[in-house]
Design a protein around this ligand. Structure first.
Ligand code: 5AD
Length: 485
């Protein structure tokens, strides 16, 4: 599961929304437009796309299974590395050249981070695009499309900031959440966006410029969304934000030594019927004692943590403006493992940050050896426009980045393979998510420490918590058997 240049499900690859139904609403004899949304980037982007899909479905759009069958094609974009931007631009250029030529009325839109960072300038490069929607305007997508489809406006660009936009990502798709989607379509796991923006200003990172300042939703609003999801069959919720450990920093005063984020975890924990809580991404420095201690006393809080280290060298961490030293990072790992020895720990690491010497890089290798990450997402430093690191001296040549990436990848893979192998023979609690993607006769689920397990279920066990004995470990998948006491 270590994927070069990609963290999280679907990163940089693009996931698509669609149920294949394109069609006419026969009762009214009106042709409903169909939309295809392709997503690049992180889980936040996936969640935003899901909310846009739900918004459009509520307005009567059907969700097309492919771009070939769609009246509207939207690309929800990522700016975090140059490659992600290039993929989306290339995709839009090919849509303009092929789909637009065959079907001139098709509406083409760019949403999200790249739309935000480039705004109207994007149209110079992509003149066929009709709609550019920034990260604080996803909830306006349906209105803008309506204006374009009705011929009232040719083109719309909206990348303004909007007060309260952090509270607009709340609709889910498929609408099995809430009861309408039919049992088979009901997801067992869901993401809930708890905040927007980032105030950390790491020198490599474009996110503060694409997502804006940190703004948090209220606890009541988030809990209401979680409750609704659970009523619709969801058993596991992952709370999402750029730095979730900063949740509520400005809005929610600490109470009895507990931060706003820990107060939120406690409130979500109260939701009846919810079995598991996860969150991503935290900042290592956000692991105060209140949060560490929460793992010991909130049974629904799963023992897994995605802790972005970025580098093992204090000199580089300082240049990155990470606000965390190697020693502090190791201290957090130690505290977490003390309270939950089974804690699954994954990380993000950037290789080839400007000025990174061989010695700095070796400190990163040493950190990976010392922590023994369960999984790691590795990135070659990619200069981003207007970020301080892009102007730093000592930019590292591409071949050096490649070489360091390959060495670190081999190490992280070796360690995580070993850690997976160590689980053979253990019994583990698994939440069943549905049929295995490779072999539909089997079912898949995840352990509390976030490892994928495949097993023969006998019957459909989606949504059940089962105990499995782990029989063998493949590369990043465990194989288990049921009820083998
Ligand atoms: N170059 C390479 N990787 C980056 N990341 C963020 N910005 C950059 C960049 N300019 C990585 C970080 C972050 C992850 C989501 O993407 O590791 O944690």
């Amino acid at each position: 599961m270590v994927r070069e240049g990609g963290a999280g499900r679907g990163r940089d690859e693009g996931i698509a929304y669609g149920n294949g139904k394109r069609g006419t609403d026969k009762s009214k004899l009106i042709i409903v437009p169909s939309v295809y949304i392709k997503t690049y980037g992180c889980q936040m982007n996936e969640r935003d796309s899901e909310a846009v899909a739900a918004q459009l479905a509520a307005r009567g759009y059907s969700l097309a299974a492919s771009e070939g069958a769609a009246d509207v094609i939207l690309l929800n974009t990522c700016s975090v590395r140059d490659m992600a931007e290039r993929k989306a631009i290339g995709k839009m250029q090919s849509l303009a050249a092929k789909v637009r030529r065959q079907r001139p009325k098709v509406v083409l839109g760019v949403l999200g981070c790249m739309a935000q960072s480039r705004g109207a300038r994007l149209l110079e490069q992509l003149p066929d695009v009709d709609l550019v929607i920034g990260t604080q305007k996803f909830h306006r997508t349906a209105d803008y499309l309506e204006e374009i489809l009705a011929g009232k406006r040719d083109r719309i660009v909206d990348v303004e900031a909007e007060a309260g936009s952090e509270g607009t990502i709340k609709e889910h798709w498929p609408p099995g959440h809430g009861g309408a989607g039919g049992a088979a379509a009901r997801p067992v796991t869901a993401f809930v966006s708890i905040m927007q923006g980032c105030n950390q200003y790491c020198t490599f990172c474009i996110v503060p410029y694409t997502r804006g300042e940190e703004r948090s939703r209220t606890i009541a609003d988030i809990v209401a969304e979680c409750r609704q999801l659970v009523e619709g069959g969801v058993r596991e919720i992952t709370l999402l934000g750029q730095i979730v450990t900063s949740y509520g920093k400005r809005e929610i005063p600490a109470r009895n030594g507990k931060s706003g984020f820990v107060q939120l975890l406690e409130a979500v924990h109260e939701v009846e019927g919810l079995e598991r809580i996860r969150f991503t991404s935290p900042h290592p420095k956000g692991y105060g004692d209140d949060l560490v201690e929460a793992y010991g006393r909130l049974p629904k809080l799963c023992e897994s943590a995605h802790l972005p280290a970025q580098s093992g060298s204090d000199r580089i961490l300082k240049l990155m403006h990470r606000g965390c030293t190697r020693e502090r990072f190791l201290g957090v790992v130690e505290k977490l493992r003390r309270v939950q020895p089974r804690m699954g720990i994954t990380t993000d690491i950037i290789v080839g940050f400007p000025g990174e010497t061989e010695e700095d890089f070796e400190e990163t290798l040493a950190l990976a050896r010392e922590v023994e990450f369960d999984n790691g997402y590795l990135f070659k430093y990619s200069p981003r426009q207007d970020t301080p690191a892009a102007a730093l001296p000592g930019q590292v040549p591409q071949d050096v980045k490649e070489e360091r990436n390959a060495r670190l990848l081999a190490l992280v893979n070796e360690i995580s393979g070993r850690r997976y192998g160590e689980r053979v023979g253990e019994r583990m609690e698994v939440l069943v998510e549905g049929p295995s993607r490779r072999n539909a006769a089997r079912q898949m689920g995840r352990t509390r420490c976030n490892r994928i397990v495949v097993f023969e279920g006998g019957k459909d066990r989606r949504g059940e918590l089962v105990e499995l004995k782990i029989e063998r470990a493949g590369s990043f998948t465990l194989y288990g058997i049921l009820n083998s006491k």
